[in-house]
Design a protein around this ligand. Structure first.
Ligand SMILES: NC(=O)c1ccc[n+]([C@@H]2O[C@H](COP(=O)([O-])OP(=O)(O)OC[C@H]3O[C@@H](n4cnc5c(N)ncnc54)[C@H](O)[C@@H]3O)[C@@H](O)[C@H]2O)c1
Ligand SMILES: [Zn+2]
Ligand SMILES: [Zn+2]
Length: 391
């Protein structure tokens, strides 16, 4: 089959690889009808997250048709079912899965020993996301093997298009969880850093959850335009001081809730000297992440507020202002998304027309065009916001 394969830093190719096969009774094989490139894939593209190996198949946002099931799937899934595949592989039975903490499932990471060493405890297996999370082949491919398929799936009705439901596997619940974690009240201002696909979903989610005002921050006009269309007030950090504008918009008090939809790769700009220092340290392997946005959120967040971090961080970050964090009594909430925790609610909201996540798609291309689209998405060329691939 054809698949997008990681060969090294900034080197992803569309290769012919071996078709996946059922390896375990709980497996299913899904023929991929649509998949997407996620901002998280860019961290791998840049080789910022360790434990990728040449030959690894990329992709963790995909959907399609079940073409084969193992003997242990036990009727939960059958040939012909149309499914979205969540990016988190879940067993559905361990203590964490029973609590709905799916992204920290205790059983699905087949490299548990490595994860135990690096993180202190294992986290769930993830598709196409390094050997630290199991080294499972991803879904930017014609077919994908879904381990623990009896639990790891989202059935979707034929009445909705691929584009409407594809993002149920990653960015939609990610934006949603980021907003839910803020315990939004009708008097709250929610400030959202980053208007990429995750930021866009967080903006719509915060509005659906009833925030008084949502403020979106980025430097890309097309992304700010989409944020505004979704109901946000916008700040272009190239033109304005983020801290001053946020204080102006909140009568000097600062936003109650702050969401970091950027993570470890905040833009490096001389106007924010800490980003230059972070970049230099990153290059010298003295720091793995660039936590500029985290610093800014802690500084500007209203005392007693909540900081929600869906943006991915990989390792160690310096100069986190713990004094401000502690003395202002802020709460930090974060995590890889517990995708299946939100599925029923979000699918219902799509069916009812409360939201149509396909608004974020700007490019739909073939799998063969995937390697080129990694660059276009990374460089924000051609007003690119979200890429969908059709294998
Ligand atoms: N927690 C999860 O389960 C989960 C799931 C999906 C994605 N993610 C993570 O979410 C993050 C965003 O993903 P995406 O697909 O939207 O990526 P993206 O790269 O398309 O978007 C990031 C945006 O942040 C903006 N940005 C950079 N520096 C900024 C700054 N200082 N202030 C304001 N904006 C700034 C960029 O211009 C860009 O628009 C990534 O870190 C990704 O890995 C996490
Ligand atoms: Zn993702
Ligand atoms: Zn589990």
């Amino acid at each position: 089959m054809r698949a997008l394969v990681w060969h090294g830093k900034e080197d992803i190719r569309c290769d012919t690889v071996t078709d996946p096969e059922i390896e375990h009774p709980r497996d299913a094989i899904v023929k991929v009808t649509s998949c997407a490139i996620c901002g998280s894939d860019l961290h791998l593209f840049h080789n910022f997250i360790p434990a990728m190996m040449p030959g690894d198949i990329m992709g963790h946002e995909m959907m399609g048709e079940v073409v084969e099931v193992g003997s242990g799937v036990n009727g939960h899934l059958k040939k012909g079912d149309r499914v979205v595949v969540p990016f988190t592989i879940i067993c559905g039975e361990c203590n964490q899965c029973r609590r709905g903490n799916f992204s920290v499932c205790e059983r699905t990471n087949r490299n548990k020993n490595l994860a135990d060493k690096v993180f202190g405890h294992t986290t769930a297996g993830l598709f196409g996301y390094t050997h630290l999370t199991g080294g499972y082949p991803g879904g930017q491919a014609e077919y994908v093997r879904v381990p623990f398929a009896d639990a790891t799936h989202i059935k979707v009705p034929d009445s909705l298009t691929d584009e409407q439901v594809l993002f149920l596997g990653d960015i939609f619940p990610t934006g949603w969880q980021a907003a839910v974690q803020c315990d939004i009240e009708p008097t709250d201002t929610v400030a959202i850093w980053g208007c990429g696909p995750v930021g866009q979903m967080a903006i719509r989610s915060a509005i659906l959850l009833g925030a008084k005002q949502v403020i979106a921050i980025d430097c890309l006009p097309e992304r700010l335009g989409m944020a505004e269309a979704g109901g946000a007030i916008t700040i272009n950090f190239d033109d304005d001081s983020v801290v001053e504008r946020l204080n102006d918009l909140t009568e000097g008090k600062g936003p109650e809730k702050c969401i970091d939809c950027i993570g470890m790769e905040a833009h490096v700009t001389p106007s924010a000297p800490d980003t230059v220092l972070d970049r230099a340290k990153q290059m010298m392997m003295m720091e793995s992440d660039r936590p500029h946005v985290l610093r800014q959120m802690i500084y500007v967040c209203r005392p007693g507020g909540i900081i929600s971090i869906p943006g991915v961080y990989s390792g160690l970050a310096d100069k986190i202002p713990l004094g401000q964090l502690m003395n202002k009594g802020l709460t930090i909430r974060t995590g890889q998304t517990h995708v299946n925790r939100w599925t029923d609610d979000l699918l219902r909201r799509i069916e009812e027309g409360q939201i149509d996540p396909s608004f974020v798609i700007t490019h739909t291309v073939s799998l063969e065009d995937g390697p080129e689209m990694y660059r276009v998405f990374r460089d924000k060329q051609d007003n690119c916001i979200k890429v969908v691939l059709k294998p």
